[in-house]
Structures are given as C-alpha cells and as structure tokens.
Design a protein around this ligand. Sequence first.
Ligand code: SF4
Ligand code: MG
Length: 340
Amino acid sequence: MTALEVQNLSVDYAQAHGRPFRAVHNLSFSLEAGRTLALVGESGSGKSSVLKALSRLVRPAEGRILLGGRDDVRGREYRRAVQMVFQDPFASLNPSHTIDHHLRRPLLATGRARRGAPADQAVTELLGQVNLTPAADVARKRPHELSGGQRQRVAIARALAPQPDVLLADEPVSMLDVSIRLEILNLLDRLKRERDLALLYVTHDLATARHFSSEIMVMYRGEVVERGPSDEVILSPKHPYTQLLAAAAPSTGATREQVREARQVRLAARAQRDAERREIVVGDGCRFRPRCPFAMDSCVQRPPEAQISPAADGGTGHRALCWLYAEGAERASAVTVPQQ
Ligand code: SF4
Ligand code: MG
C-alpha cells in the first residue's frame, strides 16, 4: 500500500529582497508501507525543507501530500500518522522531563493508551522495542543520564508511540558516535519491517543510504537530480553530482578512476564556487552547471526539464536530470516527463 505520496511539491521562503527562494522544486515520489526511501544530498540541498513540508511545519507553495491515498488528512490525524526522528537526540528531548514523561505524553494524547496501568505497560513495551532495558530504570531517568545512542532510542520510541504510518528520519545518526550508528540504523530497519512503516531516511551518507533503503533520490539545490534503485544509483551513478558524491565516499564501492574524477570535479567546484553563490535564479540553465565538468551549451541555455532515463536503464526506473542523457535519437526516445 502506498503510505505516502508527494505530488509536485514546491517550498518557497520569502526573502528580504526580490523573489521568494525556492528551496524545493517540483518534487514527486511515493513510498510504500514497509519500504525505505533515502533522500540524499548536501546541506542546502532542500532535504530539511522537504521534511518541514511533510511534517506540516511549512506550507508548500505548490503540490499535494497524500497519506494512504488521501489528500485531506489534517491536524491531529496527520500528526499521528507522520512522525519524525530528529538529528540531535539531545535537543529533541526536554531535559527537565523523565523518559517516562516523554513516552507517556504522546500515548495519552493520541489515545493509544489510557492513564494508569495501560499507559505504564505501553511505556514499558515501547522501551523494550527500542532495546532500552530494564524499562523501569530507564523510564525514571532524564535525558542527560543517557548516552547519545540511548537518547536517540528514546526519540525513536517516542515517534512510535502514536503508531505512525510514516516515519521521517532526519540524519538520525549523524550526531552519534560512529560505533553506534549501525545499531541505530539496524533498529530503525527492524522497526520498519515489524510495524510496516514507510521510512523516509534523510542523509548525506551514501553508504548507509544504499544499505538501508531500496530506493534513493539525490537532491541538489532543491531538485531531485537522480533517482532509482539504491544499488543502481550508488554503483552506477548517472548524474555528474551523484558521481561526485559516490566518488567522494569510497566505502560505497567507487573505483579509483571515480575517485580521480571526483578530485577533478572538486577542483572545478572550488574555482567556480563564487559563480555558484551568485547564481540563484531558477530556470537559468542547469543548477549544477558551475560545478559540472561535462557542461555543454544546452546546459547554459535551459535546465534539463525531464527526468531522463539513462540509455542502460533496463526498465529499473533509474532516472537522471541531465542533458548528457538526452543526446541522440535513442536517448531522446527514453525521455519521460515527470508524472503530473
Ligand atoms: Fe552537467 Fe549539463 Fe548534466 Fe547539468 S545538464 S549536470 S551541466 S551535463
Ligand atoms: Mg539538515
């Protein structure tokens, strides 16, 4: 079942001068229950703005968000169905409240447990599900008495309390010790399967994106520039930006040649950084152009407007937003327009 569907979502922020800044541009995707979709990109790519729109913290300029096929889910019902795990487990927990309080409140507020013994039991169960035991000891503590990893487990338990359908995980391990990152990601993965959750995993780490998700979307400056099955996107990246990311993370399986290419791309990027800072106007050629070693005339004239299937797509749904794949009749025939 499609748990979450996003259609042509755009997010704008007002600026002191001139036109609003478009942080997310025409994003469409759907996410099935029990699946993980990774949203990958650097800071400033628009990942956080996507999450803000999905958690209704900002109102999209355009587009629709459907939960379970419905676009009229609002208010309490929406807040129950879509939960978020934040990047910083310390900032997201209230230092003056016990762990018990953090978990009990959403249980009661969403009617998942009644006061007293049922709520006690539900808190114990939640702590058990995130492997925080003995639950009675943990429940009495306050966030500062726990390690970063334990705090993130509490944050996950809290997000699960309302029994959401969609879990948004915003760089959930990037602030944790390297040694416990995999534990937390494995925990999220297990909970996703057990609870048939749709998990949107936002990260800048390609290796874990590949490992924990079935599909990857790569965002660059507000736009999805590449998407497809995780292995395809990471092992055979088509967009020059994804190639750069993949080569900069050798643990993902990049070849020496890719690493060398990435070095060249980085040098070009440095030389053109100023140009990029000035270039904020949408619709003025490809956004990646200032950093792209393959830029052609067509890249200056207009943005690649379709998600173009690389010639070797093989029916996998691998798409890149790049003129490189639009040359020649064969490739032109593989052009698909974004779904409306
Ligand atoms: Fe590079 Fe052109 Fe592709 Fe943009 S459209 S990524 S500038 S080749
Ligand atoms: Mg962020």
